[in-house]
Ligand binder design. Structure first.
Ligand code: GEK
Length: 263
């Protein structure tokens, strides 16, 4: 269900809690020593996800706010918007807050049932002006059609590197001429000294947000081989190869970027 009022502050819903599946818990999953082998988007992660992503990803709020601005400019009437790897629906709600065109459907896709169960509650709890449909599935298999905007906010980094070009090719083919892809990612740097500096600044950001050395190092080990970053140059070259007429990095803080690409 949806109605016409939009949230005045897109990320306000992180603080909203009147339901057991609404999520405002502090992330302390890795505060004690764990014997977990690798990271997965399970129920425990879904429960603390808003706190986790805000305290871990520099610029996350900025990227959401600007997702609404891109939506206002690019989303056209009678088209689809896709939020691929939608987690709890923050980017879907951000798009909805910006969209001015009529007869638009936002489709949020995620392969984590735990995320989608909570996402449904967030979407229902927050007023939004555009229909948001949630689909459980692998974004590698999911059909994209009639898209005026596609958002991949911190999702491509979890896709096998060998499959990234094929996924972007499918997205490109499903986009209308003039449509926008918003691609936000953690990146790495060719230069070892630059890479080390950016990782260090990111870890400082996490410490300043209350994470301990143990939490930072355990999370880093868990994400190894799960979150595999590309360089900015790899991203822009891949986007050009797929056919996007232009792409540009419009946001960067340390090793976190957001890129727009236009068909
Ligand atoms: C946000 N975009 O808040 N198919 C579907 N979903 C997937 C796949 C896949 N193959 N691989 C990973 N996911 C969100 C944040 S989080 C980023 C995105 C992060 C999903 C996974 O289940 C998770 O919900 C999401 O991608 C990545 O703007 O945690 O750093």
């Amino acid at each position: 269900m949806f109605n016409r009022a939009i949230p005045s502050k897109i990320t306000a819903y992180f603080k909203f809690s009147d339901n057991s599946l609404m999520t405002n818990k502090t992330d302390n999953l890795y505060a004690a020593t764990i014997d977990q082998q690798s990271f997965s988007f399970d129920g425990q992660v879904a429960e603390v996800f808003p706190d986790m992503i805000q305290r871990s990803v520099p610029g996350y709020d900025q990227i959401l706010k600007n997702t609404a601005k891109f939506a206002a400019r690019f989303v056209t009437a009678n088209s689809h918007c896709y939020d691929l790897g939608c987690s709890l629906g923050a980017s879907s709600l951000a798009m909805s807050a910006g969209i001015k065109a009529d007869q638009v459907k936002i489709i949020g896709v995620d392969n984590s049932q735990a995320m989608l169960a909570r996402c449904q509650h967030h979407i229902e709890a927050f007023k939004h002006s555009t229909e948001i449909e949630l689909q459980c599935g692998d974004i590698l298999d999911f059909p994209i059609e009639n898209a005026s905007m596609v958002v991949l906010n911190f999702t491509l980094q979890f896709i096998d590197q060998a499959e990234r070009a094929e996924l972007l090719d499918k997205i490109y083919k499903g986009m209308n001429p003039g449509a926008v892809l918003l691609l936000s990612e953690k990146i790495c740097f060719e230069d070892a000294a630059d890479n080390a500096l950016m990782i260090d600044l990111h870890h400082q950001f996490k410490r300043e947000n209350g994470y301990s050395e143990l939490e930072i190092s355990q999370k880093r080990s868990l994400l190894e081989n799960v979150l595999v970053p590309d360089t900015l140059e790899q991203h822009t070259a891949r986007l050009a190869k797929v056919g996007f007429s232009r792409s540009r990095c419009w946001f960067q803080q340390y090793n976190f970027v957001s890129i727009f690409a236009i068909k």
